[in-house]
Design a protein around this ligand. Structure first.
Ligand code: NOJ
Ligand code: CA
Length: 543
């Protein structure tokens, strides 16, 4: 056991590479980003809602975790119908979260710790409380009307077309006063902006500059490919399913993603390049096929490569390769992620409990060993699981609009547990906006801090090792032959091996063990033993 511990120490012989800008490597290449869901991260004033001062109070924690940058979910004034993704004012901070001054302090304190700060930009829609939409509702002749999609219904009284919103309700709501309908690809309180109207792109260039001038290092762009809708607003056709023969909506129909969106990002890129170092853009685009049209030197820097495959070696390999093909070229590489505020936490997806956490550790080694960036979602470093929030306390519009048929996304948004033995796991003294379940404090940061076997300690070790490696590894990986159910690749001097099986495997592998997810993993005389659901990193150049 003592031997295993010695092997898990950071490798002293690897040269430390600071996460700084060099002429050949912008700071964000290979960086690890940490997503802060502000409402649930840290609450500085005990009102049950996370806030900017809360973030400030935990910057040291994030630094010690070993990330390079934070992305903060929307903190603008908002009626919170979609928890900040319904923006009423793009130039201010929601009083629940603090003030502009607090934002400036987040930036300066983060920068002092050499952490970058990304702001979440929501250009596809505003809140229905935004002054533009409020003005638009006043009369059908109001000029603000053309900043949104208002249209007449069909003669039979139904909406202008058959499009559905992402929340499962029709994408149109009737404005009773005028009798017309307005479009919303999300909740009715999130009317879509009409990007064909030049006033919209013009306004967003102003917004873009505003936060950059406040020191932001870049943006995560919400629903980045959806800004322009097809001009004819045609019905999505029904086609015959080739397998079942049943009629279904045509999945190939292009509702969004019109070519004009690329001009917008080219203009944004020109603005971002006026700052030194150039600021970054991460698009919320998940489909690998789409990404190649956006991740270009004159447009976006990154988009998300989310691996959500079942725990199966072949499926994971396929998912990784599909994402790698979407980032071709000598330097581009995917931005790996497993979780965010919209999906079931990956420990739960991977089977939950002890097994889910074991697999999550192995999955972390698999993804963080690859070339590219990594996006972590708050709490995954604690091994948090999806919470079954009591239905009467759920708040997600997805849950509400589906009439309770959809579970919604509250389960991955439950407040961070900071302290063992305190009410609400130390998040706040009053009941937080979403309840923490009984026993949530067993995951608390202070319960895991300093414990050799904890998930938090494992994350810190992996990120410290990665920091040593990221600047000295090439941009290519080579998959190595491995038994079924096992994945092995070489990324320069790093060898990564993951056992997806429910039983141990023995592999032939040269080098020296850098880190393993399981205390019983071992490497002796060129033989690597990986227990069930485990993984390891090896330095294949070490004797
Ligand atoms: C994507 C965001 O991640 C999600 O939380 C939100 O509901 C939609 N975009 C709409 O803004
Ligand atoms: Ca608060």
């Amino acid at each position: 056991m003592a031997k295993t511990k010695r092997r898990l120490r950071p490798a002293k012989h690897l040269k430390a590479v600071p996460a700084v800008e060099t002429w050949s490597r912008p700071w964000w290449r290979g960086a690890v980003f940490y997503q802060i869901y502000i409402r649930s991260f840290a609450d500085s004033n005990d009102d049950g809602i996370g806030d900017l001062q809360g973030i400030i109070s935990r910057l040291e924690y994030l630094k010690r975790l070993g990330v390079d940058a934070i992305w903060i979910t929307p903190f603008y004034p908002s009626p919170q119908k979609d928890h900040g993704y319904d923006v009423a004012d793009y130039y201010d901070v929601n009083p629940e979260y603090g003030t502009l001054k607090d934002f400036d302090e987040v930036v300066s304190r983060a920068h002092a710790l050499r952490l970058k700060v990304l702001v979440d930009l929501v250009p596809n829609h505003t809140s229905d409380q935004h002054p533009w939409f409020q003005a638009a509702l006043k009369s059908p002749d109001d000029p603000h009307r053309s900043l949104y999609y208002f249209a007449d219904g069909k003669p039979d009284g139904s909406p202008p077309n058959n499009w559905e919103s992402a929340f499962g309700v029709p994408a149109w709501t009737k404005d009773d006063r005028s009798g017309q309908w307005y479009m919303h690809l999300f909740a009715p309180e999130q009317p879509d902006l009409n990007w064909w109207n030049p006033k919209v792109p013009k306004e967003f260039e102003k917004i873009l500059k505003f936060w950059l001038d406040h020191g932001a290092d870049g943006y995560r762009i919400d629903v980045a490919s959806a800004l322009f809708k097809r001009k004819d607003l045609a019905d999505r056709p029904t086609v015959k399913d080739p397998v079942t023969g049943q009629p279904k909506l045509d999945a190939t129909f292009k509702m969004i993603d019109q070519p004009e969106v690329h001009e917008v990002y080219r203009a944004w890129r020109r603005i971002l390049n006026q700052y030194q170092p150039p600021r970054v853009l991460v698009g919320e685009i998940f489909e690998p096929r789409r990404q190649a049209r956006y991740i270009l030197p004159d447009q976006l820097d990154m988009a998300f490569a989310m691996v959500r495959a079942r725990w199966n070696a072949a499926l994971w390999k396929r998912s990784i390769e599909v994402d790698q093909r979407a980032s071709p070229g000598p330097v581009a590489a995917p931005s790996w992620t497993q979780s965010n505020h919209d999906v079931v936490r990956h420990v739960t997806r991977l089977g939950g409990g002890f097994m889910g956490r074991a697999r999550a550790r192995a999955a972390l080694l698999l993804l963080l060993g690859l070339p590219g960036q990594a996006f972590l979602y708050q709490g995954e470093e604690l091994g948090l699981e999806e919470v079954d929030v009591p239905p009467d306390q759920r708040q997600d519009p997805f849950f509400i609009l589906s009439g309770g048929k959809e579970a919604g996304r509250d389960g991955c948004r439950v407040p961070m547990p900071w302290s063992r033995g305190l009410p609400n796991a130390g998040f706040s003294t009053v009941a937080p906006w979403l309840p923490t379940p009984p026993g949530w404090d067993r995951y608390a940061v202070d319960a895991q801090d300093g414990s050799a076997g904890s998930m938090l300690t494992f994350y810190r070790r992996v990120l410290a090792l990665r920091r040593q490696l990221v600047g000295i590894l090439p941009n290519q990986v080579r998959w190595c032959p491995a038994p079924q159910g096992v994945l092995v690749y070489e990324h320069g001097r790093l060898t990564v091996a993951v056992n997806f099986l429910g039983r141990p495997v023995e592999l032939v592998s040269r080098g020296r063990l850098l880190i393993a997810t399981h205390p019983l993993a071992s490497h002796r005389k060129g033989r690597l033993i990986l227990p069930a659901n485990s993984g390891a990193w090896l330095d294949n150049l070490a004797p």
